[in-house]
Design a protein around this ligand. Sequence first.
Ligand SMILES: Nc1nc2c(ncn2[C@@H]2O[C@H](COP(=O)(O)OP(=O)(O)OP(=O)(O)O)[C@@H](O)[C@H]2O)c(=O)[nH]1
Length: 437
Amino acid sequence: MATNAGDGNQLDWRGEFRDAAREALFRRTMQAHDACQLRHALVVATGLFLAFSLTDFSLLGTSDAFMVLLAMRATVATSFLLLALAVWRRPSLAQAPLSINLVCLLAVSGLLLTIPLRPDGIMTNLASIVAASMALYLFIPNRLPWMLASNGYLIGGFLVSVVVWSPLPGGVLVNSLLLLGFVNLLCWLTVSRIHRLQRAQFASLLEERSVNRRLKEEIGERNQLEQRLRHMARTDELTGITNRRRFFELAEQERRRAHRDGTPLSLCMVDVDYFKAINDVHGHAIGDLALTVVAARCQSVLRESDIIGRYGGEEFVIALPLANLITAREIAERLREAVCRRPLEVKGVALELTVTVGISRVDDGETSLDPGLLRADRALYAGKESGRNCVVVTPQGPELTLLESVPAGVTPGAVRATASAAAPAALPAGGRLPGRC
Ligand SMILES: Nc1nc2c(ncn2[C@@H]2O[C@H](COP(=O)(O)OP(=O)(O)OP(=O)(O)O)[C@@H](O)[C@H]2O)c(=O)[nH]1
């Protein structure tokens, strides 16, 4: 007879898992519980066994029979206590059939010994056998076949003792056997039911754990995916820097902060020079590599608080919080130099990389980045017009005078100041001064 106590958790006639590994896991899980139950049962049984020596004495006095029974009770009680102690030290003994069943055998034999030695009536004997039978089923954590064996020995021993030492009328004997049979059947069914319920509970616990584990894994995977998606939504796939959308989010925050605190915020538009030629001559893959290198070199000269993003194509945009035009121009010049300082060596070709940078400052009264970007873009255009590989500033307000007073020689030949953002054509008539690396 096999029953199913849940998904794939087949039980055998003993109420144990058919799957040996699962049964072993169940027993390991139950070990502490079984050890505790066995210790308590042994201590209670010790007390009871010893307490009955009082009735032995009242029935037998200090006769030889009393002494034999006293020795038997002392032996059984000692074996109980020794086993309880051993289980306390080593809980795994609570599931070792040998130690438990040896002690049960001793206790049952002791109990059977009372039948010939005490002049009890059949009812007293029967009551003690029934109580012992129930205890063997319900209080000793044992496996079902061992429970059946112990009880078989108990009933058989009772039958032999009664027949040999205190013959009973046939009806009473049959009645006693029927009662014992009924008690055994009832206890067997009860134990079987308990075993099945415990295992069904254990199976659902395992199921719950595995569902929880799967759920945790799924949550972990989803979190990773979410992080990846968030990263992808913010990052330019090719260069690894912030993409245009994220740049605008971050730069807009900086614009609001600058407006609130009355601090400067400058913008740079950076464009790779003659990039189409790189693509055309060396192919798109090398063009992509060149963009990645330019982005990395630009980033290498910026502070952590600066924001660089890919504006599109071969154009980058930078927001420089707390930088006025003079500082922005210095940073841009460092950036320009960092890009062109050494050629990009690829497939035996040395690729000269240069950028042109247009700079503007966000005005206090401006409520978006667009006007500033437009001015930076115009400055960039002016730089392209004047020969590329240079930094062009769109001076505004009080910095106009200051910038004009700083000679171009500060950053030799590379830095320009346009007279007006709206009129890049109005560059100083001196013409372009090529940037140097
Ligand atoms: N390899 C590569 N090329 C790109 C990418 N995005 C845009 N481009 C190319 O970049 C080139 C830009 O060319 P132009 O706008 O003419 O600019 P330029 O050649 O750099 O000339 P100037 O800016 O005037 O110096 C075009 O050929 C685009 O196809 C990209 O992600 N990878």
